[in-house]
Write a protein that binds this ligand. Sequence first.
Ligand code: IMP
Ligand code: MG
Length: 179
Amino acid sequence: MANNDFQVLIDSDRIQKRVVELAQAISRDYQHRDLHLVGVLRGAYQFTHDLSGALEVPHSVDYISVASYGASTRSSGNVQLRMNVKYPVTGKDVLIVDDIIDTGTTLGWLMEYMESLRPSSLRTCCFLDKPSRRRLSLATDYVGFPIDDLFVVGYGLDYQEKYRELPFISWVSPREVLV
Ligand code: IMP
Ligand code: MG
């Protein structure tokens, strides 16, 4: 599929503007703190990169990798740690940076895991949120865009490891993707 075959839900300009707004809000809240971003691979790699670049406060960046989906378009409800963080988070003001909250299973698991590592504070920043799909009640501190219950790709989000490179968020039904 060529890039112009996709139905664009959020274009690249809106994404970049919203990332700057989020970075400004986070920068205001984290002045004189020990801000430590933990990006969730692989979906949040683009978002973590752009957010970090737009922040106006010093911070460090680490990554963690978890899997909850397998190859389906629905969460399996089963979270596995694929790659752990590299740097200690104890005493740091940790901000988990994730691509999308769907049922909340992944983020709920990650928050519990991070809490067990004793950060000084813990918040979340998610690029997309599908509130209608939530099965776990979660405090979401910073959200890019709430969206309807659609399966989306682009800006780091994949369908079976494809379409992460698209600079926009697109709605693609799995049937179309498979064609
Ligand atoms: P949850 O555990 O159900 O909240 O699922 C969260 C994870 O599922 C995200 O980090 C994504 O990797 C994946 N996911 C959920 N919805 C979508 C989507 O619409 N497109 C691509 N990946 C998604
Ligand atoms: Mg994924």
